[in-house]
Ligand binder design. Structure first.
Ligand SMILES: *Cc1c(COP(=O)(O)O)cnc(C)c1O
Length: 382
């Protein structure tokens, strides 16, 4: 994690608002994931922080990628197209899963030549894939409990357990190959039982498919959701990994390949935002700071990710509960109504916010003419 001194130096050099991406932390997060989940290949979910430099760092340490649009696909494909030749079918699946269950006809048409691995969860999608991407391999996305996840996804995607095997057999009948199952337990899942239940559910569906004569499934994709350690209430990753490993080893023989799609876990702790104070006012007796980054920009996760970020000052001073506003004209642009900050901060002073890598710049806009924060990459933590 970059020191306060380095953050200040970089802010001076590049100006604010600034995002500092520490690639050493990304590599550490990947190494942690592999150390505790050795059986699982990590497919980094590009949408969490869709930056080609981040993709390169993860690619270089051996990660694979989960994409959900053609632009994301192309970011990854740029990195892998020069890999030493292997059988094409092998390496595209080794490196990319197209994990959006709903794909436009035009997207499928574009994807087909790559013989991609794609997810699906309904009969219309089977017909679309058959027509526009007949060379794709399929993974059925299951609906699983998202209890207690910070961001829940189960209402939008996933076949229910009762219809799962019908959908597998229907794809088979259409001449497509269902390679396995996938699910997502909800983002920032601190309720580890979600994984246990989902893995058990998937094992039941593997069994039911075999009982009904379908034997071609050879992969299980346990999705994303791995929590970032935002605060001490998040139990250690090691504990989650123990539970996942125990269930996988009990229920899935070694021949079944296990994939996961961690997004947040890889990048959340790797990014720090540095912002500048552009105004201050006392409103209804409360000190308000206006800064040059806000919820339409790096702090978009407050809205879209249901996430809270803490701001810290570099300068010392007696603390006070303040309101912190973003720079736009919209009253929605509030970063916090209750942030403890020194009361003596002046225009031009800097604030910083750690652990802001996931779903932050990812959903930044140009609203009101304010551009997204600049991004700077560091490779060694000073
Ligand atoms: C967003 C998403 C992910 C990443 O989720 P995290 O909670 O960030 O790990 C993985 N898989 C799919 C299908 C997603 O939609």
């Amino acid at each position: 994690m970059p020191s306060q001194g380095l953050l200040r130096k970089l802010a001076k050099k590049h100006g604010t608002p600034l995002l500092v991406v520490d690639h050493e932390v990304i590599r550490e997060n990947y190494a942690t994931f592999k150390r505790y989940l050795p059986r699982i290949q990590a497919y980094y979910a590009v949408k969490a922080f869709a930056d080609p430099v981040v993709v390169k760092t993860l690619f270089d340490v051996g990660a694979s990628f989960d994409v959900a649009s053609m632009p994301e696909f192309k970011i990854v494909y740029e990195k892998i197209k020069d890999m030493p030749p292997k059988r094409r079918q092998d390496w595209i699946w080794d490196k990319i899963i197209y994990a959006h269950p709903i794909k436009a006809d035009s997207t499928l048409r574009e994807l087909d030549e790559y013989k991609p691995l794609v997810t699906y969860d309904n009969p219309d999608e089977i017909r679309k894939i058959k027509k526009y991407a007949p060379h794709a391999g399929l993974a059925l996305r299951l609906k699983v409990p998202n209890t207690g996840a910070m961001v829940e996804l189960s209402s939008k995607f996933g076949a229910s357990p009762g219809e799962a095997v019908d959908l597998i057999l229907e794809a088979d009948k259409a001449g497509l190959v269902v390679e396995g199952l996938s699910f997502h337990v909800g983002s920032q899942t601190t309720n580890f039982e979600n994984y246990v239940q989902a893995i058990n559910l998937a094992a039941n569906i593997f069994q039911e498919a075999r009982d009904r004569g379908y034997n071609k499934m050879n992969l299980l994709d346990i999705g994303g959701g791995f929590p970032a350690p935002y605060d001490s209430s998040v139990k250690p990753f090691r504990e989650l990994a123990h539970k996942i490993n125990a269930e996988l080893n009990r229920l899935f023989p070694k021949e079944i390949q296990i994939l996961a799609e961690p997004g947040r876990f890889m990048v959340a702790t790797a990014v720090t935002a540095v912002s500048g104070i552009i105004g201050r006012a006392i409103r209804d007796g409360k000190l308000c700071y206006y800064i040059d980054d806000g919820v339409y920009h790096t702090f978009s996760g407050i809205i879209f990710d249901h996430c809270h970020y803490h701001l810290r000052a570099f300068k010392k001073g007696a603390g006070q509960i303040c309101t912190v506003f973003g720079p736009t004209c919209d009253a929605l642009d509030v970063i916090s109504m209750a942030e403890e900050l020194p009361s003596n901060l002046q225009i031009g002073d800097l604030l910083y916010s750690r652990n802001i890598g996931a779903y932050s710049i990812a959903s930044s806009t140009f609203f009101n003419g304010f551009p997204p924060a600049k991004i700077t990459h560091i490779n060694r933590t000073a």
